[in-house]
Structures are given as structure tokens and as C-alpha cells.
Design a protein. Sequence first.
Length: 323
Amino acid sequence: MVKISVILPVFNNEMYIKQAVESVLAQTFTDFELIIVNDGSTDSTQDIINSFTDDRIIIITQDNQGPGAARNNALEIAEGDYIMYLDSDDWFCPDALEVAYAEITRFDADLTFFKMINYDGVKYYENDWFEMKTFDSSFEDRAFSPKETPGSIFDLSVGVCQKIYNKKFLKKINARFPEGIFFEDMPFFYYVYLKAERISIIKRHLYVRRKHTQSITNVVDEKFFDTVPAGQELLRIFIENGWYDAYKFDLLAYKINGPRFALRDMPPECRPHMFDLIKSDYESIKRTQYYEDFLTQLGPVKKKFFLDVLKSDDYEEFSRKAR
């Protein structure tokens, strides 16, 4: 047994995978295994991975299944007491594992947040999202329950790599990522967060996020079609776990906004299909008991968007209504 399993999925990332792996191998904390999942790469990623000879590395090579399946497959074989995730274009700070392990074991937490910093190839910079501004000083140096953050959970970063997790807890709640879609970390995070009983935070940067033109969230393109099924999965999770009524006002706004902003920001050629996905989703909502909540709980801007989509036959008609 090892103390930490680091899970690193990679797909066609020959430019950055070496630095990601090296940042794990150079950690001040040494009792870990690194599970690298090569998710069907067709570039030189596999050769780079194979060049490492450290016996703490475990390599899974699979056909391309997407990041959700890659992480699920790695979790199935992980032997660590705790789980950390690393994206293949990012890297850990040198003492990330040591600090994260000390914190989560100190409070016997189910998961522990830490801060992330962005790097754009020239400079490092912070943003509120990854600075955990939602958690003021009253949350530091203790374990807390999600019941203490009822009005702010949708202001939290959903990034799976920003936390260390107790594996027994993940197994107990059968935590799994949705497969076959991007933005899989969003429903995963809310399920895990609201199932947790003990959470802690570290107000230190332990992780560096590389921002570049190929980052999944950096360019609003076809990948953002998946904000629709990710939002559907999120709604299902809240309903099935009895959380819907407590969070529905913020939940419905959150569900509307992801696809709404994606539709606004994606290239014109992608918008008709994105509109069709949203409309199909809303039509299915209209046939459920939750339709009335969308009419009464949404603010005026989001409600107008919701109704304009439903009243429009296609994106062209919707565009005229939105002007």
C-alpha cells in the first residue's frame, strides 16, 4: 500500500506531459504511485511516458474514452489511501503532496481543497475562482461540513485537480465521473462535496494550471456542447440525492448559465447545433414536474433565455428574439 495515488490522464499532449510527470517524481513526499492513463494518444505521448523508469509509475494504455473514463479506470486500480489528480499540461508545486497529505490526515477529512495558480507561458497570475475566496478565515484550521456553505456552493471551483480525496470515502459513495463527455468534473465535484462530512482547506498554491490555446476551457468550441449533458447529469444528481429543494434557486441558474454562455461565445457555425441541444434539453424539462420551478425560480434574464429557446424552432428564430 502507498499513501497517495496520483492519477494523470493524457491524450495527445507530447508538449507538456514530461513536465507533468517530472513534477510528481520530484515531490518532497515520496510514498506515492503515479497512474498515467494514455487515453488513445496518436502522437509521441506513449514514447515519452515509456522513457520514465521509476517503479512508482503505473501505465494504463487504452483506446480513447475521454477523461472521465480514464480517471474511473485509474481509480479502480489505485492502491493509495488518498487520491490526487493531475492534468497532463499542468504540474504540482514541489511540496504539493506533502502539504496536502498532512492537511487531509490532520483533520481526517473526506476531501481537502488547496489553491491553484495560473501560468500563461510568460507569467503566473491568480484569479478568485482558484483562490478559494468563498472560504473566509473562519474555515481555516478546522474541518467543516457542506451544510455550513449552503448559499455559496456554486461559487466553488469544480476542478478535480484542486483537491486531495480520501479513497475510502470515494469508494463508500461510489464516486464516478460521467463518461463520454467533457466537463465531467462538474457533476463529480458536487456529488462528492455534498456527500462529504468533513472538508478542509489549505490557503496555499500547490498546483500550477497552464493556460494555452489547446486548454479544454480556453477555447469555446465543440467541446462546449457537453455543457448540456453535464448539466443534465448535475440536475439528476441533485434530484436523486434529495438536494434539489434546498439548492434549486442557485442550481437552476447554474444549469442555465453554462450552455447559455457557451451558445453566446462559440463560433457562429457551432451555434445552431448548440441551440438544438439546449432546446431538446428544455423540451424534456417541460415534460417534468420541475418545469414550473424554471418559470418561478429563474431571474428575468435566464427565464427569458429559457422561454425564448422553447418558443423558437431553430437558432435563426431564437437569434431574432434575443436581439
